[in-house]
Write a protein that binds this ligand. Structure first.
Ligand SMILES: [Zn+2]
Length: 372
């Protein structure tokens, strides 16, 4: 009961400055037409995570790059079978515009396959890419790029990833994630990924090899030494590489970048870990926005698939006291998540929207048809 009250207060406190910023600074982006989109997804990165991270990282003496966004929206997240969604149903919603049951990726509740904005982008002559610190077969990339009854059908999802012909796929090999590491079918396919990949696709297994690889490329990176469920170098490094590889494409590009740290640390109720995850994402966003501004026709969006933990700052004596936080749960919540937009077309992402509205708005900006 007390936590509920604390949460309500926390949300009100978080919303007030966000909405004020939106009112003051919601001017449309530059007049240029968006030909490419970079969509960042902080897994589990709800409003509470962003505001607590800003407080824990800067203590009022500075701010996240995210906070400079000229346009801000709020996103409602829910699955077909529950108000509290998971990364599988949420990614499916954000990729296809259709709500499905938790655990499902790329399928309607009745099992019919859904078309993703990635398919539409490829058909429209655009280059495509996905970057994640999670496993490449994790629920978020799977929701965009695969079809499976269960997000845990790692072997089927890996097979679909390797033959997807997406230009740039960068994620982890998931060998530090017990559920995948102990799945013999997945381990076998992982070991033979080079043979299974579509003709012409390069499979790399280190950041060094990724640095010189050409497209199409699939990077299956090893776990981070101190965080075995996260993979590869900092997101800023992999995002830069993906943008280098995609940005020469004449038809524009669609790149989705996921930071999984915020979800893992949210489940652990580790506020400092959440702050590190938000900071990692924030640095990658800063890089992408700077690269996008240099090109002039790239929209950068930042949102979350759902909130994890219901984190709130509940005390911080001013001016120099230490922040105390409270958590509502070790699971996901139905708290709205923020959306930050930078660049051409950003104005189309203000207000309160459902997660299922995202791909339609992105597609219409790019002149694509989402057939679902
Ligand atoms: Zn989670």
């Amino acid at each position: 009961m007390r936590l509920k009250l604390v949460l309500r207060l926390g949300v009100a406190l978080v919303l007030a400055p966000l909405l004020a910023t939106a009112t003051v600074a919601a001017q449309p982006g530059p007049a240029a037409h968006a030909r490419s989109i970079v969509l960042f997804i902080g897994d589990g990165m709800g409003l509470g995570q962003v505001s607590a991270a800003s407080e824990l990282l800067y203590g009022g003496q500075g701010s996240l790059f995210l906070e400079s966004a000229p346009v801000i929206g709020l996103v409602r997240t829910f699955a077909a079978d529950n108000m509290v969604t998971d990364s599988a149903a949420a990614a499916t919603a954000m990729a296809t515009g259709t709500r499905t049951d938790r655990r499902r990726v790329g399928l309607e509740p009745d099992g019919r396959p859904l078309h993703s904005i990635f398919e539409a982008a490829r058909k429209g002559g655009m280059a495509t890419g996905f970057v994640t610190t999670s496993g490449l077969v994790g629920a978020t990339p799977a929701g965009y790029l695969a079809h499976a009854e269960s997000r845990y059908d790692f072997a089927s999802i890996l097979r679909q990833m390797l033959t997807s012909k997406v230009d740039v796929l960068i994620g982890g090999d998931f060998t530090g994630y017990p559920r995948a590491a102990h799945d013999p079918a997945y381990r076998e396919l992982l070991a033979g990924a080079e043979q299974l990949a579509a003709a012409g696709t390069t499979v790399v297994r280190s950041a060094a090899a990724l640095a010189t690889a050409r497209t199409p490329v699939v990077a299956l990176l090893p776990p981070r030494p101190t965080m075995p469920e996260q993979h590869g170098p900092p997101l800023e490094v992999t995002t830069r590489r993906a943008l280098e590889l995609l940005s020469s494409h004449p038809g524009g590009f669609l790149l989705v970048v996921e930071c999984e740290v915020t979800d893992e640390m949210g489940h652990d109720n580790n506020a400092d870990g959440v702050a590190k995850g938000v900071a990692e994402l924030d640095q990658a966003v800063r890089l992408a926005v700077h690269m996008a501004r240099a090109r002039g026709n790239v929209l950068v969006l930042v949102t979350a698939d759902h909130d994890t933990g219901g984190l709130a700052v509940v005390d911080r004596p001013l001016p120099n006291g230490k922040a105390t936080v409270a958590w509502a749960t070790t699971n996901h919540t139905a708290l709205w998540v923020p959306l930050f937009a930078f660049g051409p077309g950003a104005g189309g992402f203000s207000g309160v929207l459902d997660d299922t509205e995202l791909p339609g708005r992105m597609a219409s900006l790019l002149g694509l048809q989402l057939p679902n």
